[in-house]
Design a protein around this ligand. Structure first.
Ligand code: F6R
Length: 243
């Protein structure tokens, strides 16, 4: 695991983009895995700059979001498919039809989860997966106590995660969905390369467990210790509990 600690979020974004861009320069038809939330925003800005500068193109690429809320309408601005369009893909040359998210508004989210896993496989798998980490140690929305080898599945958000995400719903906890469809840890671990970003002291415990703790379902992100190509980009707050 490569761990980099920086004092500036835009530097984190630039370094992440330097890792990701060559993959799509070598393989323009590559598959990019996208995380939503705040952590990857500087990275998305840095990738957008490269596309604008003409040094990177996603015109032939595909993207798969990590997860999606269950029960939000497809028009809801916080549905992850809409969020990711707004903050990233619509600012690039990614064709909109090549940007996929689990069908969280489906009548049968369990079937939608299995279909999504099959869709990722049919696309040839994810070449680079961008990840954030929850303060409770989730990646994707794989909350504590789940299987470390799960496939894309329906999961239930912990109270901690719902509180953390209430900021996207004008602070109204009651509006934060209780369930989601998430790529499983087994699905995520099949990506060729992982780039994980964490910022702020609120992530420090989860980051310390992920990097230095024992692998355990209590801290799902610890499973990435078994990945042979992962870069973790941190600010000083998120790194503050590393020994
Ligand atoms: C989002 C996702 C989550 C977030 C995590 C951190 O698609 O998969 O694992 O990465 O909840 O969220 P932020 O970056 O908002 O702190």
């Amino acid at each position: 695991m490569q761990v980099g600690i920086f004092n500036d979020e835009s530097k984190i974004g630039e370094i992440g983009a330097e890792i990701i861009a060559p993959v799509f320069i070598d393989k323009p038809t590559g598959v990019l895995g996208l995380a939503t939330g705040s952590s990857p925003l500087p990275l998305y800005d840095a990738l957008v700059k490269k596309v604008e500068a003409g040094t990177l193109s996603f015109a032939q690429a595909q993207a798969f979001c990590l997860d999606e809320y269950v029960g939000l309408s497809m028009e809801h601005p916080e549905a992850y498919r809409n969020f990711i369009r707004r903050v990233f893909t619509a600012r690039t040359d990614f064709p909109d039809s090549a940007v996929h998210a689990p069908a969280g508004a489906s009548d049968d989210p369990y079937a939608a989860a299995a279909e999504y896993d099959a869709q990722i496989k049919a696309a040839g798998g994810v070449d680079v997966q961008i990840l954030g980490i929850g303060s409770d140690g989730h990646i994707g929305f794989n909350e504590p106590s789940g299987s470390l080898s799960s496939r894309t599945h329906v999961d239930f958000l912990t109270e901690q995660t719902r509180q953390d995400n209430a900021r996207f719903f004008d602070g109204n906890l009651a509006d934060v969905p209780t369930a989601c469809i998430t790529q499983g840890l087994g699905t995520i671990m099949e990506a060729g390369k992982l780039v994980l970003i964490a910022t702020g002291a609120g992530k420090a415990e989860a980051v310390a467990q992920m990097v230095e703790g024992p692998v355990s379902a209590r801290w799902p992100a610890t499973v990435v210790q078994f990945h042979n190509d992962i870069t973790v980009l941190l600010d000083e707050g998120a790194a503050s509990k590393l020994t």
